[in-house]
Design a protein. Sequence first.
Length: 156
Amino acid sequence: MISKNCLIIFSILFLVYGCAPNKPTIPIDQASSKPGAQVTFKGNSLNLLGSPISVGKPLPSVELVDAMTMKPVDLSKEKGSLLFLSIVPSLDTPVCEEQTHYLGEKGDRLPGSVRRIVISRDTPFAQKRFAKEAKLMDFNTYQIISREISGSPQGS
């Protein structure tokens, strides 16, 4: 009888704790990488392109499209606005998806004056689908069109 009760308790504990998702903590880099610096992708070294953005400096004029309205957006005209930018290659990759969920779920703690913006190379239709499926509709999602931020079409 005792071994049967132990087996039942063990099974319940395993189901409750053994199947619980253990999300790893994503390290957040507090500094921007400098142009020309090298990063490693799948074992290959790549040079970063462009000029890094930084707090207090004007944003470059970059062609963006609002995923919800399909209208062009130029963030360089947002002088005086407080923008929280999350720039990712694609919302449909695990790390980028996690980063976007983090901004959507934890970003509610930011003051209301902060505009949360996700910029990716996904089509506006894919961005809209992602936002709807993830129930993350309380921030702006923009598509990068310009090569100044997204790099060359070959991805270098």
